[in-house]
Design a protein around this ligand. Structure first.
Ligand SMILES: Cc1ncc(COP(=O)(O)O)c(C=O)c1O
Length: 365
């Protein structure tokens, strides 16, 4: 865990120390060259940012956001966290695991999603790590139930999907500044492009701000992994501007960069397979490529992101002259000992249908 003074966001803007934050991650995460992947792509200069290693119990991009979101809940003296997702949500699992250390009770409001082995594994882990599970029919029902619980329970704190609030975004502003430090220290050449998964959007939004504040030339290529194509860039920029507002409220000397961030972000469509969680042939191939460098990816986020990088690199002659950074956002901690030995019958009865054959595994996943 870092000291407050070593956290780049606070080191550069000390007045922001007023914003509550708890240190839970192993930062900075390493940057490494993907030598074999680069060779396969015809001698491209490809690097990886190892956010899979943010935490030894469960890494990935989420815990960076929790440093601010959980601190806000603690400041407000809340003891129960309410959040939501599909039954196999990574965010729900990450919230459950990290909140445990802080003695929060986590409630997950879950909706159906196509059933894969990975979804089953996460569902078992939600329960193993102590989440209170609530199965809800659809988003409308879920929002109603959560709002009601939040209204009557004064100790509860609501976390939006993926913890992608303006406060959560600050975790990735810091990540952008952290990368700039690594460039300055010579650990990685200044990237021309970062390829990164875009879901609930705080990851991209924070990085844009961090890179702009650090004045790196790096552009962000956000890979849409959802089925929605609507206003993703606009929503990301809005989130970035809301996060910037929090920062400038605490430190008015921070430059108002909101009109400069537009050109930094491109959202790429066409890699999701049209559906959240669908395995594409290209993502599965990208997983095999990354394995040659010793990295374990998955097909929902990181495989699709690398598939977009491979596509770009193969089809743009100028890519060979660029430094391209693949940002690994998925935890690589192996939880197989837990989910292979955990009996699904310990879960509330309404969840048994996902394990006892009533609902079949989706063979396309
Ligand atoms: C593993 C992983 N990578 C990337 C993302 C995308 O990050 P964000 O939701 O901040 O856009 C998510 C969540 O959606 C995720 O679980």
């Amino acid at each position: 865990m870092d000291k407050k003074d070593e956290f780049p966001l606070f080191k550069i803007f000390p007045k922001l120390k007023k914003i509550p934050r708890i240190s839970i991650n192993n930062l900075p995460t390493p940057v490494e060259r993907m030598i074999r992947t680069g060779k396969i792509l015809g001698d491209s200069n490809v690097w990886i940012k190892r956010d899979d290693l943010t935490h030894e119990q469960y890494g990935g991009n989420k815990p960076r956001k929790y440093e601010f979101v959980f601190a806000d809940a603690l400041k407000k003296k809340k003891t129960r966290l309410l959040t939501m997702g599909g039954i196999g949500t990574n965010h729900g699992l990450a919230t459950t695991i990290h909140s445990k250390e802080l003695d929060f009770e986590t409630h997950l409001y879950l909706i159906d999603q196509p059933l894969s082995q990975h979804v089953r594994e996460n569902l078992l882990c939600h329960h193993y790590f102590g989440a209170k599970l609530h199965l809800v029919k659809n988003e409308k029902g879920r929002n109603r139930k959560m709002r009601f619980k939040n209204f009557i329970d004064r100790k509860s704190y609501f976390i939006i999907t993926g913890a992608s609030s303006p406060l959560g975004t600050l975790g990735f502003v810091n990540a952008g500044l952290e990368l700039a430090e690594q460039v300055e220290q010579g650990k990685i050449p200044e990237p021309d492009k970062i390829f990164i998964a875009a879901g609930s959007l705080a990851t991209c939004a924070g990085l844009i701000l961090g890179l702009e504040l650090a004045r790196l030339k790096t552009k962000i290529i956000g890979i849409n992994i959802t089925s929605s194509n609507e206003y993703i860039k606009e929503r990301t920029l809005n989130l970035a501007r809301n996060a910037l507002e929090i920062m400038r409220k605490n430190d008015p000397d921070i430059p108002n960069i909101s009109s400069r961030i537009d050109g930094r972000l491109t959202i790429k469509y066409g890699y999701s397979g049209g559906k959240y969680g669908k395995a594409t042939k290209e993502a599965l191939e990208a997983i095999v490529v990354a394995k040659q460098d010793g990295y374990k990816l998955e097909y929902v986020y990181t495989g699709k992101t690398l598939s977009a990088l491979i596509d770009y690199s193969k089809n743009n002659p100028k890519a060979k002259e660029e430094v391209i950074l693949f940002w690994n956002t998925k935890s690589s901690v192996d939880l197989s000992d837990i989910y292979t030995n955990y009996d699904f019958r310990k879960l509330p009865a309404e969840f048994h249908k996902y394990f006892n054959g009533t609902i079949k595994l989706d063979n396309n996943l």
